[in-house]
Design a protein around this ligand. Structure first.
Ligand SMILES: [Zn+2]
Length: 192
């Protein structure tokens, strides 16, 4: 599966109270504040909302923003120390067991598992039944990792993203939509 693509229409950079923020206007109805994985601030807002209104929302949450941004940056400096070799080693240690666990539950048997250095996709499944996982998946929470495992295993049955495919995924992981959110770039945030 590929990383989710974000629509980046109507973007504007501003600097508020010493923070660089990206205003992202779309058809939504409410304001929301979120962080990118790098700790950048993203403010999603309705198309025609005055910037002053978003600014008031922003300043009302300054305390939260400060704490949260620091937390993300600390987490990133920790993650940054882990080399690709270490990620590959961890993936080789963890993923075969997760695949075996879910494959048994689903009554499936992949033809093989391979760990890759892919940066733009978390995993893939070939028509021959071989499953690949990116070592960078190891930077995500366990619940997100398990979702990718089940996602790729479900491709052994459905080589598409049809309703039947997601029905199978949902049968194994009823909360799969929550898990997809963990994989999403902008997971840290809240709605107004
Ligand atoms: Zn897929």
């Amino acid at each position: 599966m590929k990383k989710s693509e974000h629509t980046r229409s109507g973007k504007e950079q501003v600097r508020w109270e010493g923070y660089d923020c990206t205003l992202c206007r779309s058809d939504r109805r409410t304001l929301s504040l979120a962080f990118s994985p790098e700790g950048e601030i993203l403010i999603r807002m309705p198309q025609h909302m005055p910037a002053a209104q978003a600014h008031a929302f922003f300043t009302a949450h300054l305390g939260w923003i400060d704490v949260h941004q620091r937390r993300i940056r600390e987490r990133n400096s920790f993650l940054g120390q882990e080399s690709e070799a270490a990620l590959i080693a961890r993936a080789k240690e963890i993923l075969p067991g997760r695949v075996q666990h879910y494959a048994r539950q689903m009554g499936l048997a992949p033809a093989g598992i391979r760990i890759t250095r892919a940066r733009r996709r978390y995993g893939s499944c070939s028509a021959a039944g071989r499953i690949c996982f990116s070592c960078y998946l190891m930077r995500y929470p366990e619940r997100a990792v398990d979702y990718v495992v089940v996602h790729e295993l479900a491709h052994l049955v459905h080589l598409n993203h049809s309703a039947a495919f997601y029905a199978l995924v949902g049968q194994i992981l009823p909360d799969y939509k929550e898990r997809i959110k963990l994989l999403n770039h902008y997971t840290d945030g809240f709605e107004e």
